[in-house]
Design a protein around this ligand. Structure first.
Ligand code: ADP
Ligand code: MG
Length: 684
């Protein structure tokens, strides 16, 4: 009898070639096979007489081939096989494309079950490329709900179907990782039943039960993994920051910190004094003042004699942070240095020396900080800004430069809290849910082309008043596949300068520029050398240009709401009343209601929730920015309630058995280890 972890290479019907192809689908073991869940199902249970078959949904029709099939050569080398089948009620004309061999497979006078969508052609009923099975075949497919699998070259539905069947039969006892009481509490089906019925459902209800259980199971394993990690991290010794007051820092500020900022700082300090390394996510909407929180911690670290690293995703941001932090910390005796890729070798060497000797307290920089030759004398704290831009690997490369340094990651991408707990599973979370006082919300308008002239006049007026303007377009170069209304930044900038704003200074930044050019252009705009910046989304992340008072987004319907919110966050950062204009000519209701949300609220959390609701998992989950392993059945945005339950249960198990050493927890431990092995980079 096969074990779940056995390789499938020696399974009946699987040779070396097929095994290799299956590996492309991520299938190596029996367990992989039974966990390779169908992407859809075909209901082959409902039979119809030809005359009664409804159009649109695929159905089974039992019919006799009435005459020898006809092979016809059609255009472009295509072969059509046409045949006529009959039952008591009527005639069905069947066509197969490019399956010439069927001509000799379908035998006149024999009865087959055809499965497909019935169409109408004049008064005749038709079917195209139906699946079929002889009436007297052993009925593997007909009469059941049939799984449909994701395929790859060399692997057909049939191969998967029979392999999964074999695997299920061979692994009689699928160990249940869910404790009995948990299963009963949530009325979840047993493991064996669930694996059987997710592939070969007895009926709809069984499929439903199977799915519910497997979703729970998947999230339970994930949550358990995160909890285990969290526990392990807590076991590592972290340097202990001595008690000392924050007053000296707050007093030097030109403003008072918000309550949320104070709270976040206190939470982080408590971590850093606990004896265990801090692992904290600081989440806060654009403009909520995350930098200040980081600065407070950098100051505390420096006072205690430790160094810190502060990593930003772009040169321009690193530049800006360096400036801000120097202004704040230098008067307090904290030595801030900058390390970026564009510095000369000599400059870098100089900074490296200072860091190695402990002659600098804070290193602000880009990925350059990750270089091997960058060493710290005593790295105590690592801060990464806009953390979703960094892979987990990069984060750990930086923490590797110290002995379990404290870690603070900052992010403006608001995600619902339950989800954040899973995604940043091993991180504690602080939220800045309050904006500094005196901010007036950015006034936002969603408009169509008819407003163009008025908006241009508005731009001229603002520029006359000394303000600056962003114009963002979604594309860099002309792209023929997109409608020509999609503005290309370069073209567009030229056009605007020449034809619309001859008296204003127009500058362009786009993603295809070299980092250096991009930074130079951004710096020029920040310095006030231009009035209008035409840009692609490179300006999305935290650049601070307080004098900018208007953000115009072209083809706004092409952006996600959260992205629009980030863009809008580029204005309204100074004392000037600020505006955001979203141009869109899309007439669809969804596009309109999406943009309308932008005009109604400035709350990033609300917006991202709406974004999720309207677009489904959307960008965030689609692009897998979260770095989580791919889910097989669970949908991280839809199965929120289950996620919470699974998490509660996993936490309870780990609280009573932190390393999962009890025999009854062994199956869960195995599954978690498997997950770790598969995703070493995520679970470093
Ligand atoms: P983000 O969270 O988007 O990174 P920043 O840290 O860049 O926000 O802060 C945005 C602006 O708000 C900065 O100009 C900063 O000086 C200012 N700021 C931060 N905290 C306060 C405060 N408590 N009171 C007034 N202004 C503040
Ligand atoms: Mg920021």
């Amino acid at each position: 009898m096969a074990q779940l972890n056995d390789n499938i290479q020696y399974m009946k019907g699987i040779g070396e070639k097929k095994a290799a192809a299956l590996r492309k689908l991520g299938i190596r073991t029996y367990r992989d096979l039974i966990s390779f869940f169908p992407r859809a199902y075909e209901d082959r249970r409902t039979f119809y007489a030809i005359a009664d078959a409804p159009a649109e949904t695929p159905v089974c029709v039992k019919a006799m081939v009435a005459a020898p099939p006809n092979a016809v050569r059609a255009r472009r080398g295509m072969t059509l096989v046409k045949l006529r089948a009959v039952d008591d009620s009527g005639v069905l004309d069947i066509t197969y494309f490019n399956q010439a061999w069927l001509k000799n497979t379908l035998v006149p006078g024999e009865t087959y079950i055809f499965y497909g969508r019935v169409g109408e052609s004049g008064r005749r009923r038709t079917m195209t490329n139906p699946a079929f099975e002889r009436e007297d075949a052993e009925g593997v497919v007909t009469g059941r709900i049939l799984p449909v699998y994701r395929l790859t070259a060399g692997i057909s539905q049939k191969v998967l179907l029979t392999s999964v069947r074999q695997a299920l039969d061979a692994c009689e006892a699928v160990p249940d990782i869910l404790p009995d009481d948990v299963r009963r509490r949530y009325e979840l089906a047993q493991a064996r039943f669930s694996y059987e019925n997710i592939h070969f459902p007895r009926d709809d209800a069984a499929l439903d039960q199977a799915r519910q259980r497997l979703v729970f199971e998947e999230l339970y394993v994930l949550a358990g993994a995160m909890e285990l990690l969290r526990g392990r991290r807590k076991d590592r010794p972290g340097l202990v920051l001595p008690e000392s007051s924050m007053d000296g820092f707050w007093r030097t500020l030109p403003f008072s910190p918000t309550n949320a900022q104070r709270r976040a700082v206190d939470e982080a300090l408590a971590d850093m004094r606990s004896g265990q390394p801090m692992n904290r996510l600081l989440q806060g909407d654009v403009g909520s003042g995350k930098t200040l929180v980081a600065a407070a911690l950098l100051w505390q670290m420096a006072r205690a004699g430790y160094q810190s690293a502060f990593m930003a995703p772009t040169e321009i941001l690193a530049e800006q942070h360096c400036k801000t932090l120097t202004e704040m910390l230098d008067p307090l005796g904290v030595r801030v240095v900058k390390l970026t890729g564009s510095m000369t070798a000599a400059q870098k060497r100089h900074v490296n020396e200072k860091l190695a000797l402990g002659e600098a307290d804070v290193a602000v920089g880009t990925h350059a900080l990750l270089m091997e030759n960058v060493t710290f004398r005593d790295l105590g704290l690592v801060v990464t800004d806009e953390q979703h831009r960094f892979g987990v690997e990069q984060r750990s490369a930086l923490t590797g430069k110290g002995e379990h340094p404290h870690v603070l990651v900052m992010s403006a991408t608001p995600i619902p809290r339950t989800l954040a707990l899973i995604i940043y599973g091993d991180l504690d979370i602080s939220v800045l849910d309050e904006l500094p006082p005196g901010r007036t919300p950015v006034e936002t308008y969603a408009v169509g082309e008819e407003m163009r002239e008025r908006i241009w006049n508005f731009v001229r007026r603002l520029v006359r008043e000394g303000r600056q303007v962003f114009i963002v377009c979604p594309m860099v170069e002309e792209n023929e596949e997109l409608p020509d209304t999609v503005k290309s930044a370069q073209e567009y900038a030229r056009e605007l300068q020449n034809e619309v704003f001859p008296d204003q200074r127009v500058l362009c930044v786009h993603g295809k520029m070299k980092a250096k050019e991009k930074d130079a252009a951004m710096a020029a705009f920040a310095a006030g050398d231009a009035d209008i910046l035409v840009a692609t989304t490179v300006i999305e992340v935290g650049v601070d240009i307080p004098n900018a008072a208007l953000m115009i987004v072209e083809n706004a319907d092409r952006f996600g709401l959260s992205q629009l919110h980030q863009l809008r966050g580029r204005v309204g950062r100074g004392k000037h009343k600020s505006y955001c204009v979203l141009f869109s000519d899309s007439k669809t209701d969804t596009a309109r209601s999406r943009l309308k949300i932008m005009t109604q609220t400035n709350d990033g959390f609300l917006i991202s929730q709406e974004d999720l609701r309207l677009r489904g998992p959307g960008d965030f989950f689609g692009s897998r920015q979260h770095g989580l392993p791919e889910m097989h059945v669970a949908d991280l945005s839809a199965d929120m309630r289950v996620l919470k339950q699974a998490q509660q249960e996993a936490q309870a198990v780990l609280a009573s058995d932190p390393e999962l050493r009890r025999p009854e927890n062994e199956p869960l431990r195995d599954r978690i280890h498997e997950l770790f092995e598969l995703h070493e980079d995520t679970f470093n």
